[in-house]
Design a binder for this molecule. Structure first.
Ligand code: SF4
Length: 116
């Protein structure tokens, strides 16, 4: 975190050279740690809830990645990072019967749909 008021205090009490060196090193450290974090943390490591269509939800913690939903309803589901995900569906309506049969086919009941 880079706080501008802190920079002014540093410059006043510790000198402009110290403030400039510390600021440059902080920016370099932020860039390095951001790069390392991006390499270490994958999409599947992020919290397990996905909600891209109102009322439609996949519990990614429960999903075992069997790919059944993506095969049953490829227009709506896809596999990302070995787990099911909901495709961006925009404002289009989907086939409720088709969705219901896909929900029932999920072996771990990870798909939920609430009409709203
Ligand atoms: S059918 Fe269920 S367990 Fe299989 S990938 Fe889809 S959500 Fe996951």
């Amino acid at each position: 975190m880079i706080k501008v008021p802190m920079l002014l205090n540093e410059a006043k009490f510790l000198g402009l050279k110290f403030m400039a060196i510390r600021w440059v090193l902080t920016v370099i450290a932020i860039i390095i740690f951001s790069w390392i974090s991006a390499k270490i943390i994958k999409d599947e490591d992020l919290p397990g809830e996905v909600l891209t269509h109102p009322g439609l939800h996949i519990n990614r913690e429960a999903c075992m990645g069997c790919t059944l939903c993506a095969k049953n309803y490829p227009a709506l589901f896809e596999i990302k990072g070995k787990k099911a995900d909901i495709k961006a569906y925009g404002q289009k309506s989907f086939d409720l019967e088709h969705l219901q049969s896909t929900i029932e086919a999920c072996p771990v009941h990870a798909i939920e749909y609430f009409e709203g």
